[in-house]
Design a protein around this ligand. Structure first.
Ligand SMILES: [Mn+2]
Length: 311
């Protein structure tokens, strides 16, 4: 399989590496780390992300400024990273081969070649393994992007899929030049005040339901506008709801535009967020998942989720 991928990369005239909409550190770090790793064997690589705005926190990843929100007119190979389905990239099928590197259990194997490791805590671990096993160069900047992706997607080694392989790959990335203290500081200690103004509102809006086992909070467009914060500033808030002692499911609803909101889910114990998200057309992992819905349907959806989880 790896040889086949190397051959496809070497033979392609134009390669697009694509990351998912509403990007997180894992999709951006996997994309840029992979691009850096294959630069000696690839003719031309374009980094693609469909979002208009990228989180500034990732600006230390190698190649961050080269990410485009437009596709080249033509390309013969598409490599998707951290995408459970092709529509996460917003790219439609076309006259090109697709390689799919991922770690989502909900991945629908949309590629011509699929390397999906659902036991891995991050997609960047899948990318590391591919580069390492193929004897491709892993530069310090490549290791930095892959390590940053790994620590952020694993909640700094806190989440369920963290195991000895996670630490083994983290160790290898440190050997290749990733600096854990610097990366942690760059990821977590450059927050804008607007984010904390928005967090005040998130905390104020918290409601506990179902015997305080479900935490629900909601932010509207007005909250983002009046604090000056962006949607990506609230990415981590849902996790705070889950930090409460009695809470087993944290639900965070945030408005995307006039008609739609995103519902983000995090869980402890046996609640499978990906099953809930899938039933509303979204996806994700057991402990972390999400979906988009019409504003007018939100209240009914919440009632239904509360019925379903049964805690
Ligand atoms: Mn991921």
């Amino acid at each position: 399989m790896k040889e086949k991928i190397i051959k496809l990369i070497k033979n392609a005239n134009k390669i697009v590496i694509a990351s998912h909409i509403n990007p997180d550190a894992d999709t951006i770090g996997s994309m840029l780390g992979l691009g850096d790793g294959i630069k000696k064997i690839a003719k031309k690589v374009t980094y693609y992300n469909p979002s208009k705005e990228l989180p500034r926190r990732f600006d230390f990843f190698c190649g961050f400024t080269k990410i485009k929100d437009k596709l080249p007119d033509n390309f013969d190979l598409l490599i998707c990273v951290d995408c459970a389905s092709l529509d996460r990239t917003t790219i439609k099928n076309g006259d090109f081969k697709i390689i799919n590197f991922d770690h989502h259990k909900t991945n629908n194997n949309f590629g011509d070649i699929n390397i999906v490791k659902e036991n891995y805590a991050s997609c960047s671990m899948v990318i590391f393994e591919f580069l390492n096993d193929s004897q491709l160069d892993i530069s310090p900047s490549c290791a930095t992007s892959l390590y940053a992706a790994l620590v952020e997607d694993s909640g700094f080694f806190k989440y369920e899929r963290v195991d000895k392989t996670t630490f083994y790959i983290a160790q290898k990335l440190i050997e290749y030049g990733a600096k854990p203290d610097k990366i942690a500081s760059l990821l977590t200690q450059r927050e804008p005040l607007a984010k904390y103004r928005l967090l005040q509102r998130y905390l104020n809006n918290i409601e506990l339901k179902a015997n305080a086992t479900v935490c629900i909070s909601r932010l509207d467009l007005e909250d983002y506008e009046s604090t000056g914060a962006s949607v990506s500033d609230s990415d981590s808030f849902v996790q705070m709801g889950l930090s409460l002692a009695t809470v087993k499911l944290s639900i965070f609803i945030y408005q995307l535009d006039e008609n739609r909101a995103k519902i983000s889910l995090r869980s402890k114990n046996d609640i499978d967020c990906s099953v809930i998200a899938l039933s509303y057309g979204g996806g994700g992992h057991k402990r972390a998942a999400g979906f988009t819905a019409n504003l007018k349907d939100i209240d009914d959806i919440i009632v239904n989720i509360l019925k379903k989880v049964n805690i």
